[in-house]
Design a protein around this ligand. Structure first.
Ligand code: ZN
Length: 423
């Protein structure tokens, strides 16, 4: 098997095991610990040593991990996000109709809704249970599919192929059970956790497509998987941090939750998570006063979030002179309105690094008549204003429950992050 298919499958295996941001963090932190990273908590003073590696989480859904070389000036930060659009289960969620128990859900983020129909969906996230009078956080994942959002037959809606406006409250309710007693979902969750129903205090649960990732195409050029946006970037950054040693800067990954809903939460890119952690690192290592500013001025951040490849069926939606393709390498993202942070200065620095390391790259700019999406780089630098460039790799079907990418691009991402985090 060639290297890029191996890299893609390692990444999609991680995605398959990470059906919610809480699972992303659990999987990353357990591998970081096995690689010798020491756990910090924001509730205790940071007592750091040069030559050591650490990680700290917030809300169990965002993580910052870093390696400190013996001598350093500034940070190399690779940022990405841990969340993906999905349906979240409401606190009181059972809705009965004609003997079916459906679950009442709401949208998390902006997704393509049609592809969510008729898929085997698991339920995953976290549940807080009562432990001796205090809440205890437990990861939750059903053993395989537990619900499905089922389509209406074409015979009962002849307009089904003429464009549909979906009502989430009416049409996107997943079916969970038939002829089940009231309270059956809560007892289902409780029995899987081995607790009493009354001991369930609260949950953050989402639906996740269980269709296994697949590599496909004439020469296996393509792959499909849930949550490529943005776990392709998050996993590659994490893997590169684990595999490299920093030289002249503290190497760091900052993986934030809640990008898909605007990042404005206590653990999102707009929070003080990154600024407080970088401050506390410098404080603990004695880099205070004037020296703190020297470190920040010498830092660089790569904000990594996937972008759109030109779609052969809708080529008019891409820019006419900057239309990236799958398997074309790193996407450097530009926006005149500064939705992406890259400018000629940070773009040049990034290109120099990629040229020196033989990493393929291409450019992404939105078609001038297409609004495009947002990301986390331009939000994060409002809190930690280091020099930043926005990148990603190209993909198709963004925000479908089952997205599509190019198999060669994960290897390009890994090469970039390995080079960047060894600076
Ligand atoms: Zn994204």
């Amino acid at each position: 098997m060639n290297e890029y298919i191996k890299d893609t499958m390692e990444m999609t295996d991680f995605i398959r095991r990470s059906p919610s941001p809480y699972h992303v963090i659990r999987n990353i932190t357990s591998e970081l610990e096995a690689a010798g990273f020491e756990r910090l908590t924001e509730k205790k003073p940071f007592s750091l040593q040069k030559g050591h590696s650490y990680y700290v989480t917030r809300n169990s859904s965002s993580v910052i991990a870093f390696r400190i070389p013996e001598k350093f000036m500034g940070f190399s930060i690779a940022a990405a996000h841990t969340d993906s659009p999905c349906f979240r289960i409401k606190p009181s969620c059972e809705a009965e109709n004609h003997g079916y128990t459906r679950l009442n859900v709401e949208k998390y983020g902006g997704m393509l809704m049609a592809p969510w129909f008729d898929r085997p969906l698991s339920i995953a996230g976290r549940v807080f249970v009562n432990k001796d009078g205090n809440p205890e956080e437990r990861l939750f994942e059903t053993d395989g599919p537990a619900v499905s959002i089922v389509n209406l037959a074409i015979h009962q809606n002849r307009d089904a192929n003429n464009g549909i406006k979906y009502s989430v409250q009416k049409e996107l309710m997943p079916i969970f059970a038939q002829d089940a007693p009231k309270g059956s979902f809560r007892s289902f969750v409780a029995s899987r956790l081995g607790v009493r129903e009354d001991d369930i205090l609260d949950w953050d649960l989402c639906l996740s497509d269980t269709t296994p990732p697949a590599v496909w195409g004439r020469e296996k050029e393509f792959f499909s998987s849930p949550r490529i946006d943005d776990l392709q970037c998050a996993h590659s950054a994490f893997r590169a941090l684990k595999e490299t040693e920093p030289k002249d800067r503290i190497s760091m990954i900052a993986l934030f939750d809640n990008e898909e809903v605007g990042s404005g939460t206590g653990q999102g890119a707009l929070s003080d998570f990154l600024s407080s952690v970088t401050d506390r690192i410098l404080l603990s290592l004695g880099a205070i006063g004037e020296e703190r500013y020297l470190h920040l001025a010498s830092s660089f951040m790569i904000s990594a979030d996937n972008g759109h490849a030109v779609h052969p069926n809708y080529a008019e939606k891409s820019d006419i002179t900057n239309s990236p393709r799958l398997n074309g390498g790193i996407l450097i993202k530009y926006s005149a309105n500064q939705k992406y942070t890259t400018d000629a200065s940070t773009g040049s620095e990034l290109k120099s690094l990629m040229n020196a390391n033989g990493i393929p790259y291409q450019v992404f700019v939105n078609n001038s008549d297409v609004l495009g999406g947002s990301t986390l780089g331009n939000l994060s630098i409002q809190k930690v204003s280091v020099r930043t460039a926005d990148i990603g790799v190209a993909q198709l079907a963004m925000h479908s429950p089952y997205e599509c990418g190019g198999t060669k691009d994960t290897t390009a991402l890994l090469s970039l992050f390995r080079a960047f985090l060894s600076l």
